[in-house]
Design a protein around this ligand. Sequence first.
Ligand code: NDP
Length: 292
Amino acid sequence: MAKLIDGKAFAAGLRTRIAKAVSEVKAKHNLTPGLAVVLVGDDPASRVYVANKAKQTLEVGMNSWEHKLPADTSEQALLALVKKLNADSSVHGILVQMPLPQHIDAAKVLNALDPAKDVDGFHVVNVGRLSTGQEALTACTPVGCVMLAKNTLGDLTGLNAVVIGRSNIVGKPVAQLLLAENCTVTIAHSKSQDLPAITRRADLVIAAVGRPEMVKGDWLKPGATVIDVGINRIERNGKSLLVGDCDFASCEKVAGAITPVPGGVGPMTIACLLQNTLKAACAIAGFAPPHM
Ligand code: NDP
């Protein structure tokens, strides 16, 4: 049976280290990092995410601001708020919660952020820096995936890694991070031929597809490490359940280690957001962040 990769416990440990680093920065530099989260509309899932982000931001000793705007907010009004937050020296990280209402051009809003405060790592400048091997604020979920993989496997050099999914928010950045860790990276997607044959070559599988329980145990090389990014709600036996993109029951019999859903990658995302906020605050102030 595969070892369970406990993302919840790892994220809790990371938040403790971030809280210690925040108190060090406050004491040495008289600086309190601050994160502003902007939510447009009242999507229930987004409201829960934003509330969790605010709670955990305060728990590690940072300042937190929530800007809740109505669903009919104009693009112009949202861009004006982004501009104001860019100019506010007490704000070091800005996160605009996705998805935005249809009438707002999300790419335009993301690229209006000051790249130095882009703690989600979605601004083209940060994406470009990541892909050219420069210091960047990097998307939180991909960073969380690679942290869990390294904590499980140690050095990733030379491993065959297969990323399933090529979205801008997970698949592509996680592939860039694995390349930087010296993996041989294959990116698979909906047009890939014979996906099981591709994943069977992988020492490390990162599944970011959004299809419940798609990856089966017989798609895996025995002993492979599986990081399951998927969060899918399904109905089973009259119950509403959260499942990943991997069929946990069959995968855990073949994999060497696997993340559960929930409790795997999910908790890492906010912890990495807090880490990015601290890094952004230190970079803006001109000093290196404490070791975390
Ligand atoms: P997207 O829908 O943006 O991308 C899905 C990717 O999967 C696409 O590249 C698509 O290929 C590929 N794909 C779809 N079907 C298949 C298939 N049958 N075979 C192979 N590839 C396929 O999703 P996201 O990247 O945003 O999210 C992926 C999953 O991760 C979701 O379940 C989401 O909820 C979860 N997630 C979890 C987070 C967390 O833990 N905090 C954060 C972000 C996402 P193509 O490009 O060809 O269409």
